[in-house]
Every structure is written in C-alpha cells, then in structure tokens.
Design a protein around this ligand. Sequence first.
Ligand code: SF4
Length: 318
Amino acid sequence: MKRPTQAECNPFPYSDSNKRYHTFAYYLHKRFGEKCARIALDAGFTCPNIDGTCGTGGCIYCLNGSASAAGANLAEQYAAGIAAMQNKWNCKKLIPYLQAHTNTYAPVEALRRVYEQALSLPGAVMLAIATRPDCLSPEIISLLAEISQKIPLLVELGLQTVHDDTAARINRGHAYAVFLDGYTRLKQAGGDIAVCVHLINGLPGENKAHMIESAKTVAALHPDMVKLHLLHVLRGTPLYALYQQGAYTPMEQKEYVDIVCDQMELFPPKTVIARVTGDAPEALLVAPLWCRRKTAVTNDIDKELYRRGSFQGSKYSI
Ligand code: SF4
C-alpha cells in the first residue's frame, strides 16, 4: 500500500501542503483567492532611533539609513519591483509594502499622502506598513483605521525581544511596555488592520530560554501574524564590529531550526507565521552564511516538525 505523503498526513488545519504552520502564502490565498506578492517600497522616511529623537546610531543590526531612497518616486519603485518579481512569479494581486525605516514617523498629513498614493498603485489588494511601536500616536492610529476602510492594512510592528536588557543591548530605543501599549491601542483601533509582530532570534546575550520566553509572551497576545527573523551580521553595522571583536557568535542552522520549531508550537494555530527566516542583502551579509540557503532552512523546519509529529500550536494553551 502507498504511504501517505507528508501533505496527506498533515494534521495542521491551516495548511493545504506539507507545511505544519500557518504560512503567509496560505493566508493570502484564502483571503484573496490567488497568489499575491509584496512589493517593497521606500517612502523616504527616517527613524526616531536614527535621527536622535529616541536614539542615534539605530538598532545595532540596522544599516542606519544607508538603504534609504528618500524622495524616490513610489510608482517608479513599484514598477521596478513588479518587473523584478515577474522573473519569478506573475502575480496580479499585489501588496505595496512600505518597508524601509519607520513608516508612521512623519506628520499625519504627510503620512496620509504617502498611504493614499500607495493604496492607489495598480493591483494593490492590501497595504503593508512597517513601523515601531513608539511611533503610534492616537492621531496616527486614527489615520491607520481610516486608511483600512479603503484597503486592508497590515501593520508590521517591530518588537524583536520582550527582554528589556536585550533591547538596551541592541540599542532598540524602547522597552517591552512601549510595545505593549502601541500594540494594544492598534488592536483596539477597529477597521481592517492585521498586526504582524516581529521577533529576532539570535540577539546578543540571548539564549534559547530568552527566545522561547519572547515567543510565549507574544503568543499570549494572540497576534494576527508574527515574523520570526534570524539575526544577520551585515557589514558596516555596530553588530559587525562586535562580531569582528569576537563578542558576538551567530546562531548555527540546527540550533535556529530547533528554536523556531519550539516557538511555532507555542503560537495559536490561527496566528500567521509570515516569515521563518529573513532576507539579508547578499553583498552585505557577513554571517551566518548558511542562511543564504533559505529553502534548506525552511525544508529543515518542515522536516523537524514532521519528525516531532508536531505542528504550530501543539503546545499552545489559551
Ligand atoms: S527601528 Fe528599524 S529603521 Fe530604526 S534603527 Fe531600528 S532597525 Fe533601523
């Protein structure tokens, strides 16, 4: 008798493949009926952790503004992004993604102009906005709720760790309490806003217990989505200097896969795991180099969950 495939014996309900976690692709397909693609945009904003408002120098892994295309035309960036994407996929439904820096860090009217322009881009079915939790004033949250009446909104909210000593070590510029306040007010805003919480694994000074604690704490918030990132050492960052001094050791692949699987088991099944690794700019990536083989990493995660007989939420308790 033919053995069932990994997809056929997958017990996870929010999947139609061998994935034992709730992928972004699955979510988008269910919501919009077909494959969708994100197009990353740089609206030319800066960040309060760079310009001195809450800090200077930025988070220690940040390229500190070197990726900014301030003033660049969004429509042109979008067209270029679509052209690049079409080498791989031919998606008709698109998600303009205001990704660079802090995209709620400007006067409300300036933000409104950018959001209105982005949501009007051809093929846009959702608008994604990346930001920090300390840049969510009541006026900005009202604006986000208003925009979400015109297009579904995905707010990508950087947390990275729930541990304040780590946040200080990485020069994050805000504590967990600030995140919780911004997150809670955003969730109460109404409208069609999904919130995606970002965590980074492998931060300096953190061990497995820290990373599991971060996942457990975020899981208790029942977020719409989470992104699990691997910390990358990029040339030119303060983290690179630490790495060169031997004061920072990047994670090994096996260790990373093991921790991501442990974290997935803690998240509610409904929470979309929108990312399980990260994309590093190839020319600047110094370590860990194994993350270049992204498919190998995602395959290892799939295999490990299968080996455990486990899946997202298997250890989740309400
Ligand atoms: S919040 Fe983002 S843009 Fe600002 S310093 Fe940190 S990583 Fe860089």
